[in-house]
Design a protein around this ligand. Structure first.
Ligand code: FUB
Ligand code: ZN
Length: 822
């Protein structure tokens, strides 16, 4: 189909374009329409570079990782045809990762046609369609009658809190909308619509084939379908989907409340209260962010304010007590979620990439329904820091976990201590990828008589204004440079308000809204606004500098947002950061990394001038780095003057793994409360016993605080089982009960010693040994050269002793260099 035919088809399909194509018949007053990302052309600078990497590397790479997920559909389709086939292994949500990759592929096709990628899409859609039941149901493990019953229930929708059935199809809807927009092909959209109608029947009307014909009326454990239904509504104009989204929101915490602990706790999946009554963020951060996004969208689309109070209260609590300076949500590992107020650890911070992406969606939704720039300020911080850190500069290595400090010991990122190509649970890579592809859609927006510049960067677009349009050509090196030049080309001279976002970071003495991160220093550099070369009058409204005038072709607006280097102080209630500073410049958070500084835990930050220069070579080429005066305290406690070099946080760990890195650096000469030596779990170990021990390998070495760097190092301190011991175990007792949130094991391998076939952990609590229930995304890994980390399902886990049981490979022993407790 040629471009014109496609455009015509799209116009017929979708009445009005929004961030996705939009046909919303009604809008809440004040609701703002974004210019869709496929109508904004990136013309250079930061985002054009990232987009190139996306299209050249990330999208094809992600497709190459989808083999197992596609294969499951191939087998399911064969099963549906009644062919003899090996059944797909049960998996709760690997299909959703594939759908997210497909969504990204669709966006990439809007930017650049690619016959190979389109063929991948069409073939995969064929398999998905052939896997779907005639009634619209789509979840491989139940269709193939081989569910893992503890995870999925014994029949469809019987374990909704855990199965992810509706989470998967939510991502399917998003992919379907995107592919139809990209190509005009309805194949995936038809599958999605068939499924959505089926879900409506089963959940809200009653279908004789499900739940004995009674409407299920239960909200899913992992939100996603709600926001996806909003999308489906926007593109089809069919109000049913909006009504479904609202019903799923309104039954949440009402018709069903789990009463367990950990992942089954009522608050874990935001089911503790009706959503309109939830005033603080709780539970799993990705779920929460998707929920809040959907609430903002449903309010906007229904023209109601049902959730406004809750959302404002949740948002305020987030930004003032529970958000890392990187825009990260879900500080607590193990539960992947929100901890207590001001519980914002650095090294053990979880801050899942998906949660940062969800934070962007949520804040974008809040801006669109309120017109307030402060939401974009948070979205921007989240994009440029936590979210972008989730993907390597090369575009094919990823972080799931985004700590604010790394040393060579704590192996964050699910035990890797660095970036990895993909994950067993691969929610994050396609999430950050699809977000980057949509970035142009965050740049411009409009409503009656107003044109908003929301995220700066070199780009070109045309914005509908009244009954005509305004062409815009923007040039800017943002976020590296705060100068923005905009040339307007209205079709005819017309009056409207040009609204330019003035970010919190350059206008309010703090880095972002909420008061958690205030500047230590002041600056007298001022924001400048010029029109056609002359200083212009503007008024501030909702965080935007508004210039109201009659605009004509060729008018040029220049905005200068000064970007001095700023030192940031964290609210004193975040204990770890007392006596430290972070360094920011514009919306970017900077960090010190080992590649430039040696071990960064030895550094202190001094006072004095910053030197900002653009890196001229290597992988960081083109990125401004910052040098600041500081000192190093060596192992002998002697202090020497040094220059501390900082790079943007998003760019860390691109020069080798296992780098030490730090955002919050102790201030030189200041006493740090957090430096007090606190008792650790390791200090409470009373005994270490093993079922056997090879000569010269005493069990106690596994808790001596010294881990090997490589599993096959010959002369490391280790414990090794004896060959005749076929059920080796090691038991660690504590002098009094401890609270565990993670257990990490560093395996040894060598000549006779091999990584175990399998292993497991049991805990002694109140005198009873029980197998430790693992957190959902965890499994007992046996990776060499790194800590293999497992988290209990409910954290913290209180216990008196821990037992690790291992199954050695045939004719081999097992060995451990170190076991660590957090
Ligand atoms: O449960 C699906 C996804 O896996 C979540 O969004 C992530 O946090 C991870 O738990
Ligand atoms: Zn994720």
């Amino acid at each position: 189909m040629n471009r014109n035919a496609r455009i015509l088809l799209l116009l017929l399909l979708f009445a009005l374009p929004g961030t996705e194509a939009s046909a919303a018949p009604e809008k809440k007053a004040g609701t703002i329409t974004p210019v869709p990302f496929n109508e904004v052309t990136l013309t250079g600078g930061f985002w054009a570079d990232r987009m190139r990497t996306e299209l050249d590397v990330t999208v094809p790479f992600s497709v190459s990782q989808c083999g197992p997920a596609v294969e499951r559909f191939r087998r399911c389709a064969a099963y549906m045809r009644g062919e003899e086939t090996e059944l797909p292994e049960p998996h709760r949500f690997i299909s959703s990762d594939l759908y997210k990759v497909m969504e990204g592929v669709a966006y990439s096709l809007m930017a650049r046609r690619d016959a190979k990628l389109e063929a991948f899409m069409d073939e995969t859609i064929g398999l998905i369609g052939a896997s779907q039941q005639a009634d619209g149901y789509l979840y491989i493990s139940h269709i193939c009658h081989n569910p893992s019953i503890p995870d999925m229930g014994d029949r469809p929708y019987s374990l909704l809190n855990y199965s992810h059935e509706l989470y998967n199809v939510g991502h399917l809807y998003e992919a379907a909308v995107a592919y139809c927009q990209a190509t005009g092909k309805r194949s995936l959209l038809d599958i999605a619509i068939r499924n959505a109608r089926h879900v409506n029947r089963v959940f809200f009307e009653g279908d004789p084939d499900y739940n004995g014909g009674k409407p299920v009326m239960q909200a899913p454990g992992h939100e996603e379908i709600e926001l996806a239904l909003c999308k489906l509504y926007r593109v089809t104009g069919d109000r049913l989907y909006l009504e479904m989204a609202k019903r799923f929101l309104d039954i949440r915490g009402v018709t069903f409340r789990p009463d367990g602990e950990g992942v089954l706790a009522p608050s874990y999946a935001q089911q503790h209260l009706p959503v309109a009554e939830q005033m603080k963020p709780v539970g799993h951060a990705v779920r929460a962010a998707y929920l809040y996004t959907a609430m903002a969208q449903v309010d906007a689309l229904t023209g109601r304010n049902d959730y406004e109070r809750a959302l404002r209260s949740i948002w305020t609590n987030l930004v003032s007590t529970r958000m890392h300076i990187t825009g990260g949500l879900g500080a607590v590992a193990g539960m992947e979620g929100f901890g207590a107020e001001y519980e914002l650890p650095n090294k053990t911070a979880y801050d899942e990439t998906c949660a940062a992406v969800g934070n962007v969606f949520f804040n974008q939704g809040m801006f669109l329904s309120s017109g307030k720039a402060e939401y974009l300020d948070v979205a921007e911080v989240s994009i440029f820091n936590n979210a972008l850190a989730g993907i390597s500069l090369s575009g094919d290595r990823f972080f799931y976990v985004n700590p604010l400090e790394a040393d060579n010991e704590y192996r964050f990122n699910h035990g890797a201590g660095g970036r990895v190509p993909w994950f067993g649970c691969a929610c994050c890579p396609p999430n950050i990828s699809r977000m980057i592809l949509q970035i142009p859609g965050y740049m411009y927006a409009y409503d009656n008589g107003r044109l908003y510049l929301t995220l700066y960067g070199s780009s070109r677009t045309s914005v509908p204004m009244e009954d005509s349009a305004v062409g815009i050509e923007q040039r800017s090196d943002y976020p590296f440079d705060g100068r923005v030049r905009v040339e307007l080309t209205p079709e005819k001279a017309m009056r409207f308000g040009l609204c330019m976002r003035i970010p919190t970071w350059c206008s309010q003495g703090q880095f972002m809204p909420g008061g958690l991160y205030t500047y230590r220093d002041t600056t007298d550099e001022e924001i400048e606004v010029r029109v056609n070369g002359r200083t212009a009058e503007y008024r501030m409204e909702n965080g935007f500098a508004v210039i109201d005038r009659k605009w004509k072709k060729g008018d040029v607006v220049e905005l200068n947002l000064p970007m001095p280097v700023r030192r940031v102080r964290c609210d004193g209630r975040v204990e770890e950061n007392v006596g430290t500073s972070a360094v920011t410049r514009g919306p970017l958070v900077y960090c010190a990394e080992e590649a430039d500084n040696g071990t960064v835990q030895q550094l202190q930050l001094g006072k004095g001038q910053a030197d900002v220069r653009t890196v001229s070579e290597g992988v960081l080429q083109g990125i401004p780095r910052i040098d600041l005066p500081g000192s190093r305290t060596g192992e002998d406690m002697a202090e020497s003057d040094v220059t501390v070099r900082f790079i943007p946080y998003y760019a860390w760990c691109n020069r080798g793994d296992n780098q030490s890195m730090r955002i919050w650096i102790p201030n030189r000469g200041e006493h740090r409360a957090a430096d007090r030596t606190e008792e650790t779990i390791a200090d409470r170990i009373a005994s270490v016993q093993a079922s056997s021990a090879a000569e010269g390998t005493p069990p106690a070495t596994v808790c001596d605080g010294k881990a090997a760097r490589r599993s096959d190092e010959d002369n490391i301190q280790k414990w090794v089982s004896r060959i005749e011991d076929r059920t080796p175990r090691i038991e660690i007792s504590f002098d009094r009960p401890v609270e565990l949130s993670a257990i990490s094991v560093f395996w040894v391998c060598g000549r006779k010693v091999e990584l175990p076939e399998s292993w497991s952990v049991s805990c002694l609590a109140e005198g009873v040994w029980r197998p430790m229930e693992l957190y959902i995304t965890d499994s007992y890994q046996t990776q060499p050269d790194r800590f293999n980390v497992v988290h209990p399902a409910a954290v913290p886990l209180r216990c008196e002793a821990v037992r690790i049981e291992m199954t050695p490979r045939a004719e081999r022993t097992v060995g451990i260099s170190e076991i660590r407790f957090d």
